[in-house]
Ligand binder design. Sequence first.
Ligand code: ADP
Ligand code: GLC
Length: 476
Amino acid sequence: MIQVLSVASECAPLVKTGGLADVVGALPGALAPEGVDMRILLPGYPQVMKALARDAVVMEEWDLFGGHANLIAATAAGLNLLVIDAPHLYDRLGSIYLGADGHDWPDNPERFAGLCWMAARIAADGVAGWRPHVIHCHDWQAGLVPEYLRTFDARDRTGTVLTVHNMAFHGLASYGRIGSLRLDPERFNPEGFEFWGRISALKAGLVGADRLTTVSPTYAAELLQPEFGMGLDGVMRARRDVLCGILNGIDEGVWNPMTDPAVTPYADASGKDANKEALRREFGLPDSDGPLCVVVSRLTEQKGLDLLIEALPTLLAHGGQLAVLGSGEGWMEEAFRNASQGGPVGVRIGYDEALSHRMMAGGDAILVPSRFEPCGLTQMYGLRYGTIPVVALTGGLADTVINASPAALAAGVATGLQFHPVTADALRGALVQLCDLYADRDVWTRMQANAMAQPVGWQTSAKAYAKLYRDLAPHE
Ligand code: ADP
Ligand code: GLC
């Protein structure tokens, strides 16, 4: 068995703000059949500490960036976890990233440096007879792992992979914190972890990890371009030889319309009717001959939902309806609340896992007009539930949907709609096409069946990750 330590700031079902958690939580189960023994290193947030079963302290750290920490080995939700119990860093109420004022916790650099430091110690010393051959780092929160492996002289014995789930978050800190973060000033330069005069945890990972991956092949290519590279496209070009895109899958145990406890189960799309009826009632929407569109999303600039607000009158004019579940930036929450005044539009501001399942089952179409999207999971949930995705042609959205072009329709293979460029106008065009396709029952039923049959699980990508780990640890 190859031993892999997955290092991340979130993990479903214990603690989640987005798709990163889903992926981190699904990987161990997906990789076990490939001969990978994966454990997950997580910060001991209150919701994680509460969920632990059969725990034991396996390591102590007297000063983890300002206080004592215990490393706890435990299982929860069927996952093998190593949890950092460090109350001074993680035991606080509210969001895992933001304080009550809506801004990052001021000590976020230290909080996630603590995560990386413990990962490096585990690689150096092992815990309870287990030492990782490979450390799999996720996003900037795990970016400092290669730096601290140097500190502990464990780099040569430990392979490292950094997966970019989102290039928009860099994990920046001022140079003044280099001492408190225990980083080597010699490496504060453009070839190291300096980013325009500041410390970048993401860049540390990008320059320091043996291999880089991102969560779709198209986003891997996009990251080489200034438009998507967020100032790090040059670094990505320099490291393109070690970069690859491995498409996310969905957890088919959790997202399966035949067994989903949150919905009226169904095996084919005709079974969606009862769910749609219930969803309409839940959102107070009247009957209609047009498609019921759903959105389940963080409400941020990335997701392009302001374009949907612009294009909404067109959807409604063609008989469409909209149900939105989301939370995020205040101005966008407000804009959706206002949009719900003027027609068959239902809006729920908040985070609600069970409702997100009911929306997947009850919607006719799911809208994902993102400006950029490293992979995106909701369009894949949509496919699995026969809920036709209407997506921007970018990142993983480009890799997971077969656009209803005339050729794809003629061949009977379309699974959704893609629009480009990512503008309100192009989205309007896609929404009109959606309403036309919906009105043609034969074509629509075919698309639903195609969508539900499209493979969206982890099988192929699990093999790709297992191969990557084996390449890095040939003598395990
Ligand atoms: P991102 O990670 O950029 O937010 P993804 O599509 O990869 O985008 O993953 C988003 C995940 O978060 C999905 O599992 C989605 O169902 C879930 N999600 C987003 N917003 C909400 C919400 N308001 N309520 C419930 N689930 C949500
Ligand atoms: C990020 C991306 C999203 C991706 C998810 C899981 O949050 O924004 O596109 O699906 O990570 O990899």
